[in-house]
Design a binder for this molecule. Structure first.
Ligand code: GTP
Length: 210
C-alpha cells in the first residue's frame, strides 16, 4: 500500500457549478445559492483506490472574466484538471474550448490528467450541449468525460475517482520508468511534494501528507 498526493483544479465559466461540485464532494451537500468565487480556494479529500491511499487537494477557481488572470497562480503543479461547463449554457461550452482549454494547456502541457464535466445534468430538459459534443471535446485530448450534477454525491464522487484512478496509473508508470532508468534504485531526494508515491522504496515512511 502506498500514499499519493494529487492536486486537482476545477476551471470553467462563472456559474457552471465548480463550487457546488466541490461542496457536494466534500460536504455531501448541494447549495442552490452559491455566491461567485473571487479567488482560489483549496479543500482536501482522502480516497482509497485498490491498496493505495490518495490525498486530493482540490482547488476551486473563479470563472468571472475580471478574475481570470489570477487562476494561473492556482494551476501551478496541478496533476488533474477538470474542465466544467453547464449543459444548458452554450457559451460555457464554447468558452471552455476557446479560452480555458488553451489557457490551461499553455501552463500545464500534456503531463496532466484532463477531465471534462458537463454539469447540471439534472436540468436535462434545457440541455443545449449534447453528451456527444462534450465527449468529442474530451476525446480530442484523451480526456475523461462525464455528465454530472452537483445535486448527486455518487455522480460527483465517480468523476473524482475516475480522474484520480487515471492519475494513479500515470504516476505508477512514471515511477516504473524512473526506477528502470536508475537501475531499480529510487531516488529518495526526488521532489515528492505532489503527485508522487510518498512511501517510495520505504525511504519516505516518516513523511506526513503536507
Ligand atoms: P464561479 O464561482 O463564479 O466561477 O461559479 P461556479 O462555477 O463556482 O458556480 P457555482 O457552484 O457557484 O454555481 C452557480 C449556480 O449554479 C448556483 O446557483 C448553483 O446552485 C447552481 N448549480 C451548480 N451546480 C448545479 C447543478 O448540478 N444543477 C443545478 N440545477 N444547479 C446547479
Amino acid at each position: 500500500m502506498s500514499n499519493y498526493k494529487f492536486k486537482v483544479i476545477l476551471v470553467g465559466e462563472s456559474g457552471v457549478g465548480k463550487t457546488c461540485i466541490i461542496k457536494q464532494y466534500i460536504d455531501n451537500n448541494f447549495d442552490s445559492e452559491e455566491i461567485p468565487t473571487i479567488a482560489g480556494q483549496e479543500v482536501f479529500k482522502e480516497i482509497t483506490i485498490g491498496k493505495d491511499t490518495i490525498k486530493l487537494t482540490i482547488w476551486d477557481t473563479c470563472g468571472q472574466e475580471n478574475f481570470r488572470s489570477i487562476n494561473s497562480i492556482f494551476m501551478k503543479k496541478s496533476n488533474i484538471v477538470i474542465f466544467v461547463y453547464d449543459i444548458t449554457n452554450k457559451k460555457s461550452f464554447n468558452e471552455l474550448k476557446k479560452y480555458w482549454y488553451n489557457e490551461v494547456k499553455s501552463y500545464l502541457g500534456k503531463e496532466v490528467v484532463y477531465a471534462v464535466a458537463g454539469n447540471k445534468s439534472d436540468l436535462y430538459e434545457d440541455q443545449v450541449i449534447s453528451a456527444n459534443e462534450g465527449k468529442e471535446f474530451a476525446d480530442s485530448f484523451n480526456g475523461i468525460f462525464k455528465e454530472t450534477t452537483a445535486t448527486d454525491y455518487e455522480v460527483i464522487s465517480e468523476l473524482f475517482y475516475l480522474a484520480a484512478e487515471e492519475c494513479l496509473k500515470k504516476k505508477k508508470k512514471e515511477n516504473e520508468i524512473n526506477d528502470d532508468n536508475n537501475g531499480g534504485y529510487s531516488d529518495s531526494n526526488k521532489n515528492d511534494s505532489e503527485g508522487v508515491n510518498l512511501n517510495d522504496g520505504k525511504k519516505n515512511n516518516n513523511r506526513s501528507w503536507c
